[in-house]
Design a protein around this ligand. Structure first.
Ligand code: 5AD
Ligand code: SF4
Length: 485
């Protein structure tokens, strides 16, 4: 993890070092010259805005971009009317791309009035060839474009862009490189995401992620544990271990290690009180992991287990490697080993060829499992994936109708699960002062449900006992009932 750097010791007049991360520290130091000069000219430090789109992996990447910008001497702002704006993009569904194209029009207008401004685009969407072609042709005002594999080079690309007026584009097809020890600025003081692996090898037939995030590669356990130890020393009590498929962690290491073994090591770290992880592919969820979850005192009683579809026929078409019965059997096994476990999921509606009968299988699984919550998505055709060329794409009105019915069922299940806990005492990690009512604070239970209760700012980051007084569907109103720990 990032250590304080003595910027004055970096020799910016000599050639840049070849090895990483020293090379990036060198370019950060070079960019500091620029921000210093900017301050001298404008009487203020330059402002930077980082806009995140997409998943928790992207959110963690944005924390790295923020850390690097701060190291370069920028001040971070929530406003897009800044001296530097970077969009960390997502491309999992078409509407994620559309949002970016829409916002870029607005940024262009702002840049016309503020020509010194620099605009950067990075993340998953930039790994698509058509996107790059479109930017080169129609979005010439963008200054820096890079992808998912070389995010660590941000400082170096920024330095190039500050020297010239041409667009700087650097996109890699894939990588086996993992650069450690870059600056990172956490959004929350008391909780943090921690990447344990990158990429995905599963090639679910609808999904673009394996094409834009590359092949699976795991960080070394020593690097992960060192990062978490440092986070704990810095006041972090909850970590979320992140990967597209955490259950296959460690397979590519020189000394292979299972995800369950890694979890046991994380459990030993003093100061860490809660461990979460995301995402688990049902096909790789081992008995060893279930056993470790059952025994652990720190792993939260929550498992995100994407279903995608309840129809065995569609699951086969999706290349998911499990069927409806296997999924339900897995759920039964987990529920038996980890009492009170909350299950959440991802479901896609309208996969090509999905019939009403297939859809009713999905509804059946939702009813049988009784998820605490579910993310429901309308199938989005992603060019380059096998599902995109399937002929039987489902009409929009049919999909919309199924989506609405599914959403209703998901909300009903979620409310029933939440209602069942009303009246109990449970532990809440306090996250923030409530946005609507500042006499309340808001936090999360181990099972990820949100609780609002009377409290004060000094409770943020603490775990307190709360009585769940009133259930409001997917959140509770509570009352403080115990000491912090
Ligand atoms: N269309 C709709 N949803 C998708 N997901 C992935 N690809 C697509 C797609 N093409 C969903 C899956 C995955 C979640 C992160 O996004 O449900 O689990
Ligand atoms: Fe996409 Fe499937 Fe990989 Fe998840 S496991 S990122 S859905 S290919």
């Amino acid at each position: 993890m990032f250590q304080e750097i003595d910027w004055d010791k970096i020799k910016i007049e000599s050639e840049p070092p070849k090895e990483e991360p020293q090379r990036q520290y060198y370019f950060m130091a070079k960019c500091r010259q620029f921000t210093k000069q900017f301050k001298a000219e404008h009487g203020r430090v330059p402002m930077a805005h980082v806009q995140n789109y997409g998943c928790q992996m992207n959110a963690r990447d944005s924390e790295k971009l923020t850390g690097i910008l701060e190291a370069m001497g920028y001040e971070i702002t929530d406003s897009e009317e800044a001296d530097f704006v970077i969009y960390n993009t997502c491309t999992v569904r078409e509407n994620a791309n559309n949002k970016v194209w829409g916002r870029l029009g607005y940024l262009n207008a702002y840049k016309k009035k503020h020509p010194h401004m620099k605009i950067a685009l990075c993340g998953c969407m930039m790994q698509e060839t058509e996107v790059i072609e479109k930017i080169k042709k129609s979005y010439r005002f963008v200054d820096i474009v890079f992808g998912t594999h070389n995010i660590y080079k941000f400082a170096e690309l920024m330095h190039t862009a500050l020297q010239q007026n041409d667009m700087v584009i650097d996109i890699w097809k894939d990588t086996d490189k993992i650069v450690e020890d870059l600056p990172v600025e956490r959004k929350y003081a008391f909780k943090s995401g921690v990447n344990i692996m990158f990429g995905c090898n599963n090639f679910c037939s609808y999904c673009i992620v394996p094409y834009v995030r590359g092949r699976e590669r795991s960080r070394k356990p020593q690097d992960i544990l060192r990062e978490i130890e440092r986070l704990a020393a810095d006041g972090v009590v909850e970590v979320m271990l992140l990967g597209q498929n955490v259950n296959s962690y460690g397979k590519t290491l020189d000394e292979p290690m299972t995800f369950a073994q890694l979890l046991q090591e994380v459990e030993k770290i003093e100061g860490i009180k809660r461990i979460r992880f995301m995402t688990s592919h049902p096909k790789d969820l081992s008995d060893e992991l279930i056993e470790v979850m059952g025994k652990s005192h720190k792993i939260c009683n929550h498992l995100h287990l994407p279903l995608q579809s309840g129809s065995s026929r569609i699951l086969k078409e999706m290349n998911r490697h499990y069927d409806k019965e296997q999924y339900l059997a897995l759920v039964a096994k987990i529920r038996a080993a980890v009492p009170n476990i909350a299950l959440t999921t991802d479901i896609i509606v309208g996969f090509p060829g999905e019939t009403e009968e297939d859809f009713s299988e999905t509804m059946d699984v939702v009813r049988k499992v009784g998820y605490e919550s579910a993310f429901t998505f309308i199938y989005s055709k992603r060019t380059g994936t096998p599902a995109a060329v399937k002929e039987e794409q489902i009409p929009e009105d049919v999909v919309k109708d199924r989506f609405d019915r599914l959403l209703k069922e998901v909300q009903r299940c979620s409310a029933a699960r939440a209602e069942a806990l009303t009246g109990r005492l449970d532990e809440v990690l306090v996250e923030e002062v409530n946005e609507q009512d500042d006499t309340l604070v808001s936090g999360r239970l181990g099972n990820n449900f949100i609780v609002h209760f009377p409290g004060s700012r000094d409770m943020i980051g603490k775990i307190v006992k709360v009585k769940l007084k009133e259930c409001k569907g997917f959140y509770y109103y509570g009352e403080l009932a115990g000491q912090e720990r």
